[in-house]
Design a protein around this ligand. Structure first.
Ligand code: V07
Length: 256
């Protein structure tokens, strides 16, 4: 049953939707957007030029994921480990959320996209937090695709906080030890409102999870590609989704 024509919007040159049908679109895609620095270095440019280029790819992938009918797109924008980078690079990265939202929030609102951010906001510059709060509140009523940025996020930190909160709720008699099961634990994580990711994409050739969504990725299809994030296109996204659709078709009805 091929119903690729049900996809929203028009067909484009670099569309890979002939590789899958719209019943097999992952509900939740998570992406580790790696390779921006390497992309810049290859061109003799400063690393920040790669990050800037990477931001434009974010916009393209948001448009394409929305068009395909993805429900949640989670993007790893900044990890708790990224603070170890040179100060000039960190300072530049910290300005990107605001820059992204200044140039793109109106389009997100127009397209019914809801912006969410998970991670520790405490250490972020005031202007960044302000811009994010505005984006979250101006899109909070939108019921289309959720665009979820992991910003100053680390999975072990998330799990540590969940353990602390669970213990505190047990001590306050809000919860008993016997209540605690996998779904309770999921409900204490920053992703509690979302289904687990169906597909994880990591660009730039590293085969690691780097402290990203360790609990949530337990059953997720993993797609690693050598393509650097600034070179990642709609067609590459389509290839990753086709991989997911193939696995899904093959194993969907069997218990493994
Ligand atoms: C960042 C661009 C994409 C490649 C990876 C690193 C650089 C978008 C955001 C963002 C974050 C929160 C938000 C809106 C936009 C972003 C950082 C880096 C730190 F609410 N891209 N992008 N944030 N890069």
């Amino acid at each position: 049953m091929l119903n690729k024509f049900n996809l929203r919007g028009s067909k484009k040159e670099n569309d890979a939707s002939h590789l899958f049908d719209s019943t097999q679109i992952p509900s939740h895609i998570a992406i580790i957007m790696d390779g921006n620095g390497r992309w810049a270095k290859k061109r003799g440019l400063p690393r920040i030029a790669g990050h800037k280029e990477g931001m434009d790819v974010v916009k393209k992938m948001v448009r394409e994921s929305d068009r395909l009918g993805v429900q949640v797109l989670t993007l790893y924008a900044f990890s708790t480990e990224n603070w170890k980078r040179p100060k000039t690079e960190v300072d530049f990265l910290m300005k990107l959320p605001e820059q992204f939202l200044t140039s793109y929030l109106e389009e997100l609102i127009e397209n019914n996209v809801r912006v969410e951010v998970m991670g520790d906001a405490q250490q972020l510059p005031r202007g960044t937090v302000k811009a994010i709060e505005t984006a979250i509140s101006r899109t909070s009523e939108n019921d289309g695709m959720i665009l979820n940025f992991a910003l100053n996020y680390g999975s072990r930190h998330e799990l540590t906080d969940a353990v602390k909160q669970i213990i505190s709720d047990v001590q306050a008699d809000q919860l008993t030890v016997n209540d605690i099961d996998e779904s309770i634990i999921s409900s204490y994580l920053l992703t509690k409102q979302y289904p687990d990711p169906d597909l994880l994409i990591r660009t730039s050739g590293e085969i690691r999870l780097s402290n990203f969504l360790l609990w949530q990725l337990a059953y997720t299809e993993l797609w690693f590609t050598d393509v650097l994030w600034p070179d990642f296109t709609e067609e590459h996204l389509g290839e990753a989704i086709a991989h997911f659709a193939r696995r899904h078709r093959r194993f969907g009805s069997v218990n493994n």
